[in-house]
Design a protein around this ligand. Structure first.
Ligand code: SAM
Ligand code: SF4
Length: 329
C-alpha cells in the first residue's frame, strides 16, 4: 500500500472530510450573515461519490477521518455517510465536528454507529456571550446534548472554543472551563482565531494570541504532553487536579506546520493540501465510478508533491479560504 507522503517527509493518516457548506449558525468569525447558497453552485458530494472517495483514502493508508462542514449533522444522510466511512478497512477512527445543535436528538445514533469521537464547538459557557457569538440562544440545549451522550456511556467528547479578545479570554472564562472539564471529564481546547478571506475586520478586532491561555496554564501548573501520530494539531496539558485535559491550537506558532498530518477535502470534492493554501484539485470527476479508483489514487498521490512546507498566514495570506465553513475548519 502506497502511503500519503509529501516532499518534506510528512505522512497523512488523517483526512478532514467536509460533507456540506451549509450551516444553521452565524458565528461572527465564520458565517456572520448565515449561509447563502451561491447561485449555480454544484451540489455536495453524494453518498456514492463519498463511498468511492473514502475507498481510495483507505487504500492510501488513511486511518482517521473527521466528518465536518458547515454543520455536518444538517445532512439528512449524515448517518448513512458515517456507516460507509466506518465500513472501510483501514479507517479505525471516525470522528465528527459539530456545533452540537441536535446532539440531544442524535445521541443514540452516535453511539449505535460507533462514532469514535465528537468535537463540539462552544465558544462560551455564558449563555448571552454564546448567543452573541453564534447568533443562537442554544447553549443549554447543547450542554444537555453532552449530558445525554455521556449518560449513554459515550466517552470521547472534546469541546473547542475560538479564543476571542474581550469575549472569552479572561481569567474568569478560563476558571469556568477548568471547573467544567474537571466535573464533566471532558477535554477542552482553545483555537486561536484565524484570518480568512472574509473576516479581516473581525480578525483585527478579536484576535488575541493563544499565549494568554498558555500563561494561565503555566501559572496554574498544567503540564504539556506529547502528541500521537494521527492526532490533531492541539498541544495538550494535564494537571493532577483535573479529570479533563486542556489544549491549545495555535496556527500562527512557528512549528505548527512541521507536525501537519492531515489533508482536507471540501464538500464538493476538492482536495486541499493546506487550510490556507491556494492549491486544490477537483477529485470529483474521478468519483463517479468505482472503476476510476486507480486514476483517483494517482491524482491524489501526484498532488501531494505540491504541498508546501508551511502556510503564509502570518503575513496575512489566507489562501483560497473565504471562511472555514467552506472547507471544514
Ligand atoms: N459547524 C461545525 C462546528 O462549528 O463545529 C463544524 C465546522 S467549523 C468550520 C469547524 C471548527 O472551525 C469550529 O470549531 C469553529 O469554531 C472553527 N472555526 C471556524 N472559523 C474559524 C476561524 N476563523 N478561526 C479559528 N477557528 C475557526
Ligand atoms: Fe457554522 Fe461551525 Fe462556521 Fe459556526 S463555525 S458558522 S457552527 S460552520
Amino acid at each position: 500500500m502506497e502511503k500519503l507522503r509529501d516532499n518534506f517527509g510528512r505522512t497523512f493518516p488523517y483526512i478532514r472530510l467536509s460533507i456540506t457548506d451549509v450551516c444553521n449558525f452565524k458565528c461572527g468569525y465564520c458565517l456572520p450573515n448565515g449561509y447563502f447558497k451561491p447561485s449555480n453552485a454544484p451540489g455536495f458530494l453524494n453518498i456514492d461519490e463519498i463511498n468511492n472517495l473514502v475507498e481510495a483514502l483507505s487504500c492510501l493508508g488513511v486511518s482517521k477521518i473527521r466528518i465536518t462542514g458547515g454543520e455536518p449533522t444538517v445532512r439528512k444522510d449524515f448517518f448513512d455517510i458515517i456507516k460507509i466511512v466506518k465500513n472501510k478497512k483501514n479507517i479505525h477512527n471516525v470522528v465528527i465536528t459539530t456545533n452540537g445543535y441536535k446532539l440531544n436528538k442524535i445521541a443514540d445514533q452516535i453511539v449505535d454507529n460507533k462514532i469514535n469521537g465528537v468535537n463540539i464547538s462552544i465558544d462560551s459557557l455564558n449563555a448571552e456571550t454564546f448567543r452573541k457569538v453564534t447568533g443562537h440562544d442554544r447553549l443549554n440545549q447543547i450542554l444537555e446534548g453532552i449530558d445525554v451522550l455521556q449518560k449513554k456511556g459515550f466517552k470521547n467528547i472534546k469541546v473547542n472554543a475560538v479564543l476571542l479578545k474581550g469575549i472569552n479570554d479572561n481569567e474568569r472564562d478560563f476558571d469556568q472551563w477548568s471547573e467544567f472539564i474537571n466535573k464533566k471529564k471532558i477535554d477542552f481546547r482553545y483555537i486561536e482565531l484565524m484570518q480568512t478571506g472574509d473576516n479581516l475586520n473581525y480578525f483585527k478586532k478579536y484576535h488575541v494570541p493563544s499565549s494568554v491561555f498558555k500563561d494561565y496554564l503555566n501559572r496554574n501548573k498544567w503540564n504539556s504532553i506529547d502528541r500521537v501520530s494521527d492526532a490533531g494539531p492541539s498541544i495538550n496539558y494535564v494537571s493532577p487536579n483535573s479529570n479533563g485535559k486542556f489544549g491549545i491550537i495555535a496556527p500562527y506558532s512557528r512549528d505548527f506546520c512541521k507536525s501537519c498530518n492531515r489533508l482536507r477535502i471540501t464538500a464538493k470534492g476538492e482536495l486541499r493540501l493546506c487550510l490556507f493554501g491556494n492549491t486544490g484539485v477537483n477529485l470529483r470527476p474521478l468519483l463517479k465510478n468505482s472503476s476510476q479508483k486507480k486514476e483517483l489514487l494517482n491524482l491524489i498521490l501526484t498532488q501531494l508533491r505540491f504541498k508546501k512546507e508551511s502556510h503564509y498566514l502570518e503575513i496575512g495570506d489566507t489562501g483560497a479560504t473565504p471562511h472555514l465553513a467552506s472547507i471544514g475548519g
